[in-house]
Design a binder for this molecule. Sequence first.
Ligand code: ADP
Length: 172
Amino acid sequence: MQPSDSTVIYPGSFDPITNGHLDIIERAHKLFGLIIVAVADPLHKKCFFSLEDRIYFVRESTKHLERVRVEKLEGLLVDFARKKGARAIIRGLRAVSDFEYEFKMAWMNRRMHPELETLFLIPSENYAYIASSLVKEIAFLGGDVKELVPPVVYERLKDVKIDGKGPSLEVE
Ligand code: ADP
């Protein structure tokens, strides 16, 4: 099957990108002409990695996909989508627990931009249990996350050290 010409946006905080996110990006890449991965600084949670690092991790992890672009998401997603001429937003659904939040967001975005569809893709069952928050927690406590994240993220997570103030990145 040939991918369509459509541009779609895959937004998220990607703190950090995991193999679950990557699985969704690869699936979208088979279907659509251009996938813009829009990396956001969410208002409702504080990210561990800087926006620059998160963008770098996504870029490095998607180098093999020729029609993927990685950008910073500023402002409302619906405005960003209009600016990019995107037809749809891609989101990943892992479990029923994702559903309520995703459903609310999709309705809200539709209110603001009725022509923009939200499409849900389901990852391979091998990645369905992976969440960025869980990956960080395991890595910070010394567990092995090699199978869960792209190599560039795995290497960086090795630099995290834990002191009395909690996890932080080692500065050269
Ligand atoms: P946000 O802060 O917007 O939820 P995330 O980076 O946590 O950003 O997630 C972005 C999207 O990727 C969401 O739709 C989320 O459900 C999806 N996602 C996260 N982890 C996985 C995974 N392991 N498999 C499939 N989709 C995932």
